[in-house]
Write a protein that binds this ligand. Structure first.
Ligand code: 6PG
Length: 242
């Protein structure tokens, strides 16, 4: 997969400022804006900065937030994607709680994946038989996974389901994840990747090649845009080629 649009930011604040400008623009243009957030540590570094930004121009009542995936733990568990996002950002800004659509990791995984799929079907417009997000923010694991779509599970980019129960291949931790089929129907997809540990993977993925080596290579929106938002460290090996 060729990386369509790569932005390397001089600072995390310049990246979060871009995010704020997008939110202000979109929530003043549309009466409903849907964003799916990934978990892991990268978003928390950005949320910690977003917490102190001026949210007064964002129409928060129009912003609906969902999660790309969740660990099957209680929301108060230290590994909960929702719990960490809520503590780091969302309990500090005036977004209505009804606009936060968390995956209930404490529930039975299969039942919850079905419940969440029905929520998506109710809350989002449809595209090619899938709920369509305005924007999906993805992370990149060191093994090239994204969402909770791990190596060997690339079939989730061709399946009919919207949301499935899965598990981490090394820890066996049960997960619930949006499928790649749904992800690829989004209007916009942005990978947010920071840190030197991802620089080799980014460099490897930036080289156009004949096959998709990693799950993240399969992220290829059918109609929308795909951007890579990198910090200097993650983008260090490709900077000279930009
Ligand atoms: C999760 C994420 C996962 C994450 C990547 C990158 O629940 O862990 O959704 O896909 O985005 O593993 O994680 P880091 O940001 O911690 O490197």
């Amino acid at each position: 997969m060729k990386l369509t649009e790569i932005h390397v930011f001089k600072s995390l604040d310049s990246l979060t400022d871009l995010g704020m400008r997008w939110l202000i623009k979109k929530t003043n243009e549309k009466d409903s804006v849907s964003v799916a957030l990934s978990g892991g540590t990268t978003p928390l570094v950005l949320f910690d900065r977003l917490r102190y930004k001026d949210w007064s121009k964002v129409q928060l009542d129009r912003l609906k937030l969902f999660w790309v995936d969740e660990r099957c733990v209680d929301p108060n568990h230290p590994e909960s994607n929702f719990g960490n996002a809520f503590k780091t950002l969302f309990e500090h800004i005036p977004i209505p709680e009804k606009n936060l659509f968390r995956i209930e990791g404490e529930n039975d995984p299969i039942a919850e994946s079905e419940r969440y799929a029905s929520i998506l079907g109710k809350e989002l417009p449809m595209k090619e038989g899938f709920p369509q997000f305005d924007l999906i923010l993805l992370g990149l694991g060191n093994d090239g996974h994204t969402a909770s779509i791990f190596p060997g599970n690339e079939r989730l980019f061709e399946c009919e389901q919207w949301c499935v129960a899965t598990e981490h291949p090394l820890t066996g931790q049960k997960r619930i994840t949006l499928t790649g089929s749904l992800i690829n129907r989004a209007k916009g997809i942005a990978f947010m990747v920071t840190g030197a540990s991802k620089s080799c993977l980014i460099a490897e993925m930036a080289v156009p090649h004949r096959w998709n080596r990693y799950p993240a290579d399969h992220v290829d929106p059918h109609h929308g845009y795909r951007k890579w938002l990198l910090d200097q460290e993650a983008g260090s090996l490709i900077l000279r080629h930009l």
